[in-house]
Write a protein that binds this ligand. Structure first.
Ligand SMILES: [Zn+2]
Length: 326
């Protein structure tokens, strides 16, 4: 069967072996730096497969990948998309990325900003492949970016027909928009016809922003809402907000020690009528279980869902897609 995947970051979508192959073939500045830090492939792969302390530690690998991907965005995009089609039977993929973080980090901010549109177009073009997969794109705003830079990302998303929506991502850090400013940014994105999701309630039970609910079509993760604030589930249901559940992420970020802990999430969401879609987030950091089939397999194994539910959960993904599904 085929699967949709609504939550995958470009930065977590290329296997370390692909990144290493690039490093070996392209001896640029970034490659040289990485080869000093990681003399052999085994050292490099260990950085991806090591246990992470928490979400912040996990996101440091993103930073490493983003800088490398900035050197040749089409190279990594093509490999991410065709790999998803061939090795994971994904026929509908929403690929998300922050266009600013894929511009050369050595350039002045104003030049990086000017390059964002070019980078986004390169990603979109490179994702066109002869393999049977439809790809839509989500541009990520960042928790640490100033409001006007996040607004520039919305402007870009609205200008590119292949970009279906926006997201709020990145590590927690000072300097980003206030809650009111985030609300304004999301209101603006919706007013411009964009669909919207936001990383929320992933590992921190207090990372819940109800003021954004009216603007969201989906929430990235949101598991802490079901676990710690189940009284909010009826509102999510009434608004038709779908949660993007990425099981192996919660193990890799030490958010959960067993996927059996997701049982109440699935039960409470089913009781309240909150749709759940199963997704991968960053398969490159999750080992063999990181593929989309691995997510379903682990949920079945830990008796969170039944085998016979698999088709139903896949259907939810197609139904809540931001782009045109096959
Ligand atoms: Zn994510």
């Amino acid at each position: 069967m085929n699967f949709p995947d609504l939550h995958r970051h470009l930065g977590g979508a290329t296997h370390p072996r692909i990144l290493w192959g690039y490093i070996e073939k392209h001896p640029g500045d970034q490659s040289a730096q990485l080869r000093t830090r990681f003399p052999a492939y085994e050292d490099f792969a260990r950085e991806f497969n090591r246990p992470f302390v928490d979400l912040a530690d996990y996101l440091t690998v993103h930073h490493l990948v983003e800088t490398l991907q900035a050197e040749d965005v089409p190279y990594f995009t093509l490999r991410a998309v065709r790999g998803a089609a061939v090795f994971e039977s994904i026929d509908y993929l929403e690929l998300r990325f922050n266009p600013y973080k894929r511009t050369p980090p050595g350039l002045p901010p104003v030049e990086r900003r000017a390059l964002m549109a070019d980078v986004a177009r390169q990603v979109i073009r490179a994702a066109q492949t002869e393999f049977p997969i439809a790809t839509a794109f989500i541009l990520c705003m960042d928790r640490g970016f100033a409001p006007d830079l996040n607004r520039a990302i919305i402007d870009l998303a609205a200008a590119l027909p292949e970009v279906a929506g926006v997201d709020l991502a990145g590590p927690y850090q000072p300097g980003g928009p206030t809650p009111d400013e985030w609300r304004e940014l999301y209101a603006e994105a919706r007013a411009r016809g964009l669909r919207a999701t936001a990383h929320m309630a992933e590992s921190d039970p207090e990372d819940v922003h109800t003021a954004l609910f009216p603007y969201l079509d989906r929430i990235g993760h949101g598991i802490q809402i079901a676990l710690h604030h189940p009284h909010l589930l009826p509102e999510l249901s009434a608004r038709g907000i779908c949660l993007e559940i990425c099981p192996t992420t919660y193990l890799r970020t030490n958010t959960l020690h067993s996927l059996a802990q997701l049982r109440p999430v699935f039960e409470r969401c089913a009781d309240s009528g909150v749709p759940l879609s199963i997704a991968t987030d960053n398969p490159a950091l999750h080992g063999d279980a990181g593929r989309i089939v691995g997510q379903y397999e682990l949920l079945v194994r830990d008796e969170v869902i039944h085998f016979s539910d698999i088709l139903r959960y896949a259907a939810v993904g197609y139904r809540h897609a931001f782009g045109a599904t096959p």
